[in-house]
Design a protein around this ligand. Structure first.
Ligand code: ISE
Length: 336
């Protein structure tokens, strides 16, 4: 029996997942879609033969829905997740878990009281073949002791609605998660460095690029270039510097074309394009866990909470330019 999915939030990523369910995901179908914009919900419900809802809580309670897929905006995640935990339905939630650590803590409390992991968080990079290879080399000790990491997060452009704070809690949030995942340790401090120069392509309310410096428990120092109006493409870089060897993500393309204009390969324009495989795999992982009755795996509420703690510190640093410490409380047994 396919898993009946209720998908909330029909913006760009919501539509991308809707399409994914109808083309590549096995053992699941979207039976309900929900958006506060009723016109959008009606149109997509018709297109994908689903029932349209305009109220997320109503949809979460619907008997025609077995699992909840949250692609709504961060500020409404807490209410929707808590409602789904209350009725014991599995939840996939796009990042961020919540915009603040305080809200994420309330979700941790609800899930631990429920006694079982119900949620997989949408940090899709953990399912990307390139990052997986990097992690394998690190875990196998091939690089030796890790000393430094260089990351770059480049988007071709961002819409006017993208605020300066989003550079931290919407973009850098991905590096914050993947750094912890790759290195198996927490970030203990963060400092946002605002360069004097900014790109002429950035809207006046933005400071672009930004440099963020993280430090982990063992002292690994990481720089993260956030350049969200880089113009040329969606380009994610990660280089891990070990005592014995250095490893980095390869370019996304696996082939190089030679022609009269030279040798080269296309560069992705969007995260949906760059991380298509990762998105497919994370969603299939969620469905497979439900279908086989296994407990949730992949990024958890705990990961979302710890990332939110680092983001909170990053936002404070964005204000004063100082280094802010991050204190991570002990991990509850449910997430060990
Ligand atoms: C967006 O929300 C994402 O999640 C993308 O992966 C990221 O690259 C972009 O900067 C964010 O705005």
């Amino acid at each position: 029996m396919p898993v009946n999915i209720g998908l909330i939030g029909l913006g760009m990523i919501g539509r991308d997942h809707l399409q994914r369910f109808s083309t590549v995901i096995n053992n699941a179908r979207v039976t309900a879609v929900c958006d506060i914009n009723s016109g959008v919900a009606d149109t997509l419900a018709k297109q994908y033969q689903a029932t349209a809802y305009y109220d997320a809580i109503e949809m979460i309670h619907s008997e025609s829905v077995d699992a909840i897929f949250i692609c709504s905006v961060g500020p409404v995640h807490k209410e929707q997740i808590l409602a789904a935990i209350k009725v014991g339905k599995p939840i996939f939630c796009e990042k961020p878990l919540t915009p603040t650590a305080e809200e994420s803590k309330a979700i941790i409390d609800a899930e631990t009281a429920y006694g079982k992991r119900l949620l997989q968080l949408g940090f899709m990079r953990r399912f990307d073949p390139g990052y997986i290879e990097l992690k394998k080399s690190i875990d196998a000790g091939e690089l030796g002791d890790i000393l430094l990491m260089h990351c770059a997060h480049r988007n071709p452009s961002v819409p006017e609605s993208y605020t300066l704070e989003m550079a931290i809690n919407d973009s850098a949030t991905h590096e914050i998660d993947i750094i912890r995942y790759l290195l198996n340790e927490n970030i203990v401090s963060v400092r946002v460095d605002i360069p004097r120069k900014k790109t002429s392509r950035a809207l006046p309310h933005l400071q672009d690029p930004l440099m963020v410096i993280f430090e982990t428990e063992s002292g690994v120092r990481i720089d993260d270039e956030l350049f969200v109006n880089c113009n040329y493409g969606y380009d994610i870089q990660c280089e891990v510097i070990g005592e014995n060897a250095i490893a980095s993500l390869t370019e996304q393309a696996l082939t190089v074309k030679r022609s009269v204009s030279g040798a080269g390969y296309p560069i992705a324009k969007t995260c949906m394009e760059r991380f298509a495989t990762a998105y497919d795999r994370e969603v299939q992982n969620f469905i497979d866990n439900i279908s086989s009755g296994r407990e949730m795996s992949g990024p958890s509420c705990w990961d979302g909470y710890v990332v939110a703690l680092v983001c909170d510190a990053g936002l404070a640093s964005l204000q004063d330019g100082l280094k802010h410490e991050v204190t991570v409380p002990p991990r509850p047994a449910l997430y060990r």
